[in-house]
Design a protein around this ligand. Structure first.
Ligand code: CMP
Length: 140
């Protein structure tokens, strides 16, 4: 089925000037970018996005990292977009990410791991609505 998923190019990747290289991987894999914007998250916006991790020991570091510089959020659309994006990203921990994946090629650590992608249809729906109003998503 054609799905939509939320993707974030994280501050480490923006800082390395590889926004375009990462977005090109999505496009080359047949995903379309149907919404995109760059923004600087604050503690409230980043903390709310990662609310499900609030009790985890890494929560504070995660919010600190995600607010350390601008991010680029996008909505990706395509056949099986959620799983396809997760395959392109590779494992959360770049040390465990398969060769050729975004995290293997661009990420440093489990926090500075270059990208985020929704992990299920339910999270995709919540995460897309968290960053984009319906009229900001351009059907194509
Ligand atoms: P992301 O897919 O954005 O979702 C939550 C983030 O928390 C994850 O990527 C990692 O960057 C970060 N993180 C840090 N430590 C851990 C951990 N032990 N397990 C999972 N995620 C972690």
């Amino acid at each position: 089925a054609v799905e939509r998923t939320l993707s974030i190019v994280k501050p480490d990747a923006v800082g390395k000037n590889v926004i375009g290289e990462i977005l090109a991987r999505f496009e080359k894999a047949g995903l379309q970018i149907v919404a995109a914007k760059m923004l600087q998250l604050d503690d409230e916006k980043a903390g709310g996005f990662y609310a499900e991790h609030k009790e985890r020991p890494f929560f504070k570091d995660l919010v600190e990292f995600m607010t350390s510089g601008p991010v680029v959020v996008q909505v990706l659309e395509g056949e099986g977009a959620i799983a396809k994006n997760r395959d392109l990203m590779g494992a959360t921990n770049p040390q465990e990410a398969e060769a050729g994946t975004i995290r293997a090629d661009f990420a440093q650590s489990i926090d500075a791991n270059a990208v985020h992608g929704s992990d299920s249809a339910a999270s995709a729906e919540r995460e897309i609505a968290y960053f984009f109003a319906a009229e900001e998503i351009c059907a194509r």
